[in-house]
Design a protein around this ligand. Structure first.
Ligand SMILES: [Zn+2]
Length: 341
């Protein structure tokens, strides 16, 4: 899967920087530009709208998986000089649904809906009839790419499971097993291309080998001279603001992520929605492996994740040769200040 973007997108970004009237939003954050949006029918139920973004910080193609046709990217919908209605439909800046023979992007005759724009700047004017209200509490997951967990059936981590669950929660009104209020068809999964907590897939595979040699996930990163967590959520913030989302219910167990995702007063986390591993609430489902138990134990005990079950995660394993090796690694790493995250 090659998803590097072309250079033309960075030109678009710099042009848009000049046109961006809302300097407050871009202050200190990356500049993002939604390049295209398309409806994706899914096997899970509702259609989703996949948004592809370029930005001024890297050349990766970050994504937003949007539930709800009325959650609109400001940068995508902004009118551009000399563009046609066909141009707008092709890049996905339309209201309602496309159908054969449709000629106008900004109005859907069948639904009787029309978008309005600032005549001077071309900015979309957010009306509650056509556009999701930023004050709504929007269910959001900021998900970092994990090739192994999402595509290679890995039982070393729960990324694939968390991704699936985020989609199900956003789609549903209420999750029966947890009684958590869902998004009822409105919400966003921001999908950031930062594999392996930001160190890349090759380095992640090396870290896995170190884990098989007895290191935990934190130790393995440090032994490879990487930070424990190299992820950056500023792009996620910029994308959420571009989508007109201001109050989020964040799907995470990571308190550090809440701090990193907020951009007060523009973007506030109004609730943390826990992501309890499915196997903990239903022993016949979810991921069951000794690797994931170690992975979750490290997240809880060394990275401050807010998970409290099950108690067996906190029991001390029987001393083995591997544990002795781990003790040696612990003492070798104990002076490192990067552990205090
Ligand atoms: Zn993963």
């Amino acid at each position: 899967m090659t998803m590097d973007s072309s250079n033309s997108s960075s030109n678009e970004i710099s042009r848009d920087k000049n046109n961006n009237n809302n300097n407050e939003i871009s202050d200190g954050l990356p500049l993002v530009q939604c390049v295209a949006r398309a409806r994706i029918p899914t096997t899970q139920g509702p259609d989703i709208f996949l948004h592809l973004y370029s930005n001024d910080r890297d050349n990766k193609e970050h994504l937003a998986i949007v539930f709800g046709e009325d959650i609109r990217s400001r940068s995508l919908f902004r009118r551009r000089p000399h563009e046609t209605q066909q141009d707008r439909m092709i890049r996905g800046a339309y209201i309602g649904k496309l159908y054969p023979g449709r000629t106008v992007a900004d109005e859907d005759d069948r639904l009787g809906l029309a978008l309005e724009f600032d005549e001077r700047t071309g900015e979309l004017l957010a009306s509650t009839a056509t556009t999701w209200d930023p004050h709504h509490h929007t269910l959001v997951r900021i998900h970092s790419e994990c090739y192994t967990g999402e595509n290679a059936w890995s039982a070393r981590c729960d990324c694939g499971e968390q991704f699936d669950r985020a989609g199900r929660l956003i789609a549903c009104d209420r999750e029966p097993s947890s009684n958590i209020q869902g998004g009822n068809g409105h919400g966003v999964i921001v999908y950031l291309r930062q594999e392996g907590r930001g160190i890349g897939l090759g380095e992640k595979l090396k870290a896995y080998n170190l884990q098989d040699l007895g290191a935990d996930t934190v130790q393995a990163n440090l032994m490879l001279k990487h930070p424990v967590d190299a992820r950056d959520f500023s792009l996620g913030k910029a994308i959420l603001l571009d989508l007109g989302v201001a109050n989020i219910r964040l799907l995470t167990n990571n308190p550090e992520k809440i701090k990193q995702v907020e951009h007060v007063p523009l973007l506030k986390c109004v609730e943390r929605v826990p992501m309890v591993p499915i196997h903990w609430t239903n022993s016949s489902e979810g991921i069951d492996s000794k690797e994931i138990e170690g992975y979750l134990r490290t997240k809880i005990e060394r990275m401050g994740h807010l998970l409290t079950e099950p108690l067996k995660l906190h029991t001390n394993p029987q001393p083995t040769e591997t544990n002795q090796k781990q003790t040696q690694m612990n003492s070798a790493l104990s002076s490192s200040s990067t552990l205090a995250i």
